[in-house]
Design a protein around this ligand. Structure first.
Ligand code: PLP
Length: 395
């Protein structure tokens, strides 16, 4: 018998993917220059040449087994050591190879993290607005459920009053995403300190550990010359879920890692458990040649500057048109307030002007929309005219 569970999910597909498919169809009809597809977070900048060069060099110089064979189940040891060394240098935590597990992107890392620290009936708490795929990721993992703390819309930092109320004894893990998809907010050090203090106090109160799962694929995309405070530095029971999809523009290569804070006292155990989780879910042994190449460029990023350029153009242009926006501190997303309460109705109107915008409901906040501005600056500039026509005609 076919699975009712997965069949039922067909009627609840990703709004983002569906809008992107729509944009592709319409752009074939109307010409791509007339469509401003801001739906999908697919990085628009090329990978660093050093990555491509290293892949070619590895293919030409290493044995077929080394580049095309199965990797060890926790990842290639030299790769894990290079990543640990980079994290040590950059963030000052004493990581070793034993704290690192190689994954298929952030999605693969999260799939392991949820299973590491939750059991059926447990709750994972996250914060609105959140990446909509967290729902299926959690629902199909360990039997835990996802509960969402309402947004603090003034700046998209954490709504601490709501967190304190919702952090009950069934919560085994708290999931954060900074820099954030979809708001672009970067959690400040003060936010992370306050979060850590609350988690520590609640651990004492409940008599059990609470794990912090930090989803950080946008860690390197920060604006105004700033840096993303490294979540794991604030709380020892942190599982960092990283991906090279965005920083190196490599989403198709499916490569990332889990890094368990060495001060947790159980990082080696958790990393070994990841190997067992992989056996069960089949998310195992990411491509060997990609692991080897990424380890050699793990301190580099693609040229990410276009995202800040696009953000500034959109932020200034849309603010002038009357949109209310919390200025993003990073990522390639912006999350303006829709000019009407029904964000889906707004996004439908926007389609008439060639603007493909994602309504906010699936991000857990009504009345907003997401712009993914990982696209050419020329397109971003031309889109302002479409936004102006939309606002003049419809509002
Ligand atoms: N987490 C967030 C917040 C994302 O935006 C994405 C992808 O867009 C992912 C996780 C999954 O990333 P990956 O492609 O590395 O699996």
């Amino acid at each position: 018998m076919i699975s009712e569970l997965y069949k039922s999910m067909l009627s609840d597909k990703s709004v983002i993917r569906e809008l992107n498919e729509y944009a592709n169809d319409v752009s074939a009809e109307l010409g791509p220059e007339n469509i401003f597809d801001f739906s999908l977070g697919n990085p628009s900048v090329p990978v660093p040449q050093a990555f491509n060069d290293r892949v070619i060099e590895l293919l030409n110089t290493q044995s077929s087994m080394a580049v095309h064979g199965y990797s060890p189940s926790l990842g290639i040891p030299s790769v894990r050591e290079k990543i640990a060394a980079s994290l040590r240098r950059r963030f000052g935590l004493p990581y070793t190879a034993d704290d690192i597990f190689m994954t298929s992107g952030a999605a693969g890392a999260l799939a392991h993290a949820f299973r590491l620290v939750t059991s059926p009936g447990d709750t994972i708490l996250t914060f609105a607005p959140f990446f909509p795929e967290y729902r299926p990721y959690v629902n199909l993992s360990s039997g835990a459920q996802l509960r969402v703390v309402p947004a603090r819309t003034s700046d998209f930092q954490i709504n601490f009053d709501a967190l304190e109320e919702m952090l009950t004894a069934d919560v085994q893990a708290v999931l954060v995403n900074t820099p954030n998809n979809p708001s672009g907010a970067v959690y400040s050090a003060q936010t992370l300190r306050q979060l850590a203090d609350i988690l520590t106090a609640k651990e004492k109160q409940f008599g059990h550990e609470i794990w912090l799962i930090s989803d950080e694929p946008y860690r390197e995309i920060v604006f105004d010359g700033g840096e993303t405070p490294y979540v794991s530095c604030f709380y020892p029971r942190t599982i960092s879920c990283y991906s090279y999809s965005k920083s190196l523009s490599l989403p198709g290569e499916r490569i990332g890692y889990v890094a368990v804070n060495p001060h947790s006292g159980v990082s080696g155990l958790l990393v070994n458990m990841c190997g067992q989780i992989s056996r069960g879910i089949g998310h195992n042994c990411p491509s060997s040649v990609i692991q080897l190449a990424v380890a050699d460029v793990c301190d580099l990023t693609a040229d990410l500057s276009v995202y800040e350029t696009n953000m500034n153009i959109l932020y200034d242009g849309l603010t002038k048109l009357g949109f209310e926006i919390v200025r993003p501190g990073g990522t390639f997303y912006m999350f303006p307030k829709a000019p009407e309460a029904d964000a889906t109705a707004f996004s439908k109107k926007a389609l008439k002007y060639g603007l493909v915008l994602v309504p906010s409901d699936s991000f857990g906040v009504p009345g907003y929309f997401r712009i993914a501005y990982c696209t050419d600056t020329d397109k971003v500039v031309r889109s302002l005219d479409a936004f102006e026509r939309l606002m003049k005609a419809e509002y």
